[in-house]
Design a protein around this ligand. Structure first.
Ligand code: AMP
Length: 636
């Protein structure tokens, strides 16, 4: 029989999803088989594998104890502390059981939330698997977020327990974690009952709150070699919440199910990532992001592969460190981001040729547009296919990608190839609601039901799920990804950027509203506009134009600089350094329409040296002149 084409594979998934997905569902263990593949009786809410019972931790770890107990499951490498440690499936199973027992001893059970605010250390992974094991819902918050952001997430998720470490390390410097958790707990309205601390011995002065704080080493000694039974969950029971930015200041909790997610990830390892049991996968992301959840924590283990957890920078001790890891652990599948590759591209190319990379079959890149020079450089240097993936926190796995496990289709630079099976993708004209022709720009939409693995709702807010994601078209519920796209005559998609006020900094999503709200937290700021501008390394960086309440303070350049730093520090404090604007310019007026709407797109165009576009609705032309003047002063 001739091999199936990607086109046919995709068509099959859309025309007969029940058959298609029940086939894929065989890739995981079901303690109780499902009765119905899809329940779509309450659109746009889709429930996959209804009546089925399974568990993510069991599928990732326990299932392999029979065939590969002594094979590596988790390979931990820290170039920050010099620690390297491998855990076989058997050892990982023991660690996760211990962690689960500790969580249980703190009263955590099925459906309880646990916020994990951790550096990239094995205990962070143990904590996630342990939650999955006992049916608790984890919510991992990226370590770069500040206490205020953490407090917002605490109040939304209402965790029973938080898991943290004394500190992380970045570039050889210690970064406090526990300290931020303390601050967040004092800011939150409903702080957790307990804070579980992994003490790495990096912060000697770490304060302890008696009665609330629990030392993990002590607690895990107390539970000993505990065995904790797997909690079999209904397929649509939530596995985790992951917060992501949108156009409002309030982050959305993306809620993921259990069974659909397990099937989607297992299938993606076969059809997209082409990873085989017994091999190693190296995903360079952080567990705080969706790529980390899916392709560091869950998917490689679901496929019987070892996963590599790397704490460190890509260029320390030198720019060869990733390739050294590939050689040492015979990595077959690697997953990274365009920004990281651009960082490496600036280094001496000798680092790439120093190591034996024969084991490597594919490099996947995702999170932001992959520009042609970067794609070309890395694929020429490695000599393996470089596959661009397009997806979102909401979908949990790729929407657009080549599917080399199905068919070896040629890749085109700048394109993440085709809609992935299960995703009924189309490009729409927002005003007519019609699909656009080939080579025409449209908004990327997904005709529901969303496939397994995608968000099932927004945590605690079903109405927000519907209004945020399904209001692209007036008379039809179509999921919007908020991206512009174009499809060429060969069916290849190209992503052209966001349709909303969300920017993408080094693959991470930031809402301009969020940053504006943080800046407004400074006592001397009356108003502010934040836009994303093009950056050679990070894709985009935020830049702010702020109106001070008292401009007379800005007497000279030094006062300007000092005030700019104060504003940046305010952002660091409220959101974290990840959201810090690259520049803050001061003006007395912002460009707005007569109805008072900020003309962010015109500001962005000016900041990028482009034409500001249609200005017929502009209220006061001097506002744009001020933006120009501020930018020009910078050039001098
Ligand atoms: P996040 O949920 O933070 O991963 O951000 C998702 C957004 O990142 C998407 O909506 C796109 O705007 C952008 N994005 C992700 N992957 C790609 C890609 N391969 N090419 C272009 N844009 C991408």
């Amino acid at each position: 029989m001739a091999a199936e084409t990607v086109k046919h594979f995709h068509e099959r998934s859309i025309s007969n999803p029940d058959f298609f997905w029940s086939e894929q569902a065989q890739l995981i263990h079901w303690e109780k088989h499902f009765e119905q593949v899809l329940d779509y009786s309450k659109p746009p809410f889709a429930r996959w594998f209804v009546g089925g019972k399974t568990n993510l931790c069991y599928n990732a770890i326990d299932r392999h104890l029979k065939d590969r107990p002594d094979q590596n499951a988790l390979i931990y490498i820290s170039t920050e502390t010099g620690v390297e440690k491998n855990y076989t499936f058997r050892e990982l199973h023991a660690e996760v059981n211990r962690f689960a027992a500790v969580l249980k001893s703190l009263g955590v059970g099925k459906g309880d939330r646990v916020i994990i605010y951790m550096p990239m250390i094995p205990e962070a992974a143990f904590a996630m698997y342990a939650c999955a094991r006992i049916g608790a819902i984890h919510s991992v918050v990226f370590g770069g977020f500040a206490s205020q952001s953490l407090a917002t997430r605490i109040d939304d998720a209402k965790p029973k327990v938080m898991v943290t470490a004394d500190a992380g390390m970045r570039g050889g410097k210690s970064v406090p974690y526990k300290h931020l958790v303390d601050e967040a707990c004092s800011l939150a309205q409903m702080p957790p009952k307990n804070v579980l601390i992994i003490n790495r011995g990096l912060d000697a002065g770490m304060p302890i709150t008696a009665g609330r704080d629990v030392d993990y080493a002590t607690a895990s000694n107390a539970v000993g070699e505990a065995q904790v039974a797997v909690e079999w969950l209904e397929s649509s029971d939530p596995s985790y919440i992951l917060y992501t930015s949108g156009t409002t200041g309030k982050p959305k909790g993306v809620q993921r199910d259990t069974g659909g997610y397990a099937v989607a990830l297992a299938a993606s390892m076969k059809h997209i990532y082409c990873g085989n049991a017994g091999e190693a996968m190296f995903t360079t992301s952080d567990i705080g992001w969706v790529v980390g959840h899916s392709y560091i924590i869950y998917a490689p283990l679901l496929a019987g592969m070892a996963t590599i957890l790397y704490e460190g920078l890509p260029i320390r001790p030198d720019a060869g460190i990733w390739w050294k890891i590939v050689e040492q652990h015979k990595v077959s599948v690697m997953f990274s981001s365009p920004t990281a590759v651009r960082v490496l591209k600036k280094q001496d190319p000798k680092y790439l040729s120093q190591y034996n990379l024969k084991s490597l079959r594919y490099l996947f890149l995702a999170g932001e547009p992959l520009d042609e020079p970067t794609a070309k450089w890395i694929s020429d240097s490695l000599g393996v296919p470089v596959v661009d993936n397009y997806w979102q926190t909401e979908t949990g796995w790729p929407i657009l990608s080549a599917m080399l496990g199905v068919e070896n289709t040629p890749r085109k630079y700048g394109s993440p190839s085709f809609p992935v099976y299960g995703f009924n993708v189309a490009l729409f004209d927002e005003s007519t609601g019609l699909e656009v022709e080939a080579d025409q720009k449209g908004v990327l939409g997904i005709v529901p039901p969303l496939p397994p693995g995608c968000l099932s709702t927004v945590w605690g807010d079903d109405a927000r799920f519907v209004s945020t994601y399904f209001s692209l078209l007036k008379d039809r519920k179509v999921y919007s990804s908020f991206d512009w796209g174009i499809r060429d005559h060969d069916g290849y998609y190209f992503i052209l950027g966001r349709t909303d006020d969300v920017i993408n900094v080094a693959g991470h999503r930031l809402g301009t509203r969020e940053i504006e709200e943080a800046i407004s937290g400074h006592a001397n700021i009356a108003e502010v506009a934040v836009v994303g501008i093009e950056d050679k390394l990070k894709g985009q960086v935020p830049v702010a134009f702020a109106v001070p309440k008292n401009a007379s303070l800005l007497v000279d350049a030094a006062a300007h600089r000092a005030f700019e730093k104060e504003v940046m520090d305010t952002v660091d404090k409220i959101l974290g350094a990840i959201a810090r604007p690259a520049r803050v310019y001061f003006v007395t007026l912002l460009p707005k329409t007569r109805s008072g709407k900020l003309l962010r797109r015109s500001i962005q165009a000016l900041a990028e040296g482009r034409d500001p576009g249609d200005l017929t609705t502009l209220d006061d032309a001097t506002s744009l002149q001020q933006i120009r003047a501020a930018l020009e002063q910078d050039l001098r």
